[in-house]
Design a protein around this ligand. Structure first.
Ligand SMILES: CC(C)(COP(=O)(O)OP(=O)(O)OC[C@H]1O[C@@H](n2cnc3c(N)ncnc32)[C@H](O)[C@@H]1OP(=O)(O)O)[C@@H](O)C(=O)NCCC(=O)NCCS
Length: 109
């Protein structure tokens, strides 16, 4: 995790309340596109625009270095996150499929 943050400085953020972390977003770039890897807000602090603010911080950080397009993955069962992103203007990519390859015997992808 530290290596990812070192390679993608100033693109990931935490939200704190009285010193307690209540939200976090992990993001980085390949130099061309932005990738929002993980986002979570503590259940007790949801619905206060913390998630929205964290996402806006990420897209602003990418815009600052000339990256205007950001991608992310959302599980199809995670309706809450889908509503969240769509409310902020993120578009579902119907034409893209995710492919994974697993070289280990573990069949879980
Ligand atoms: C998704 C998540 C990050 C949203 O965080 P949040 O701080 O509660 O969201 P915000 O308060 O910033 O919401 C912004 C807008 O998103 C929409 N929204 C957020 N949660 C929603 C929900 N459960 N249902 C419908 N719309 C929702 C609303 O339109 C909201 O705007 P409003 O405040 O004007 O109503 C949070 O629910 C979470 O941590 N979920 C579990 C982890 C997760 O699913 N992460 C994303 C996977 S990539």
């Amino acid at each position: 995790m530290t290596a990812y943050l070192d390679k993608n400085p100033n693109m990931s953020f935490v939200a704190t309340v009285h010193g307690k972390v209540v939200g976090a977003v992990l993001a980085g770039t390949d130099g061309r596109r932005g990738y929002l890897q993980h986002l979570a807000v503590d259940e007790g602090y949801r619905g206060q625009r913390i998630g929205k603010t964290l996402v806006e911080k990420v897209t602003a950080a990418f815009a600052h270095i000339g990256i205007s397009k950001t991608h992310l993955f959302v599980n199809t069962e995670n309706e809450q996150a889908q509503k969240f992103y769509q409310s902020m203007g993120w578009e579902v990519r119907q034409e893209v499929k995710m492919y994974s390859f697993n070289s280990s015997a573990n069949l879980d992808i």
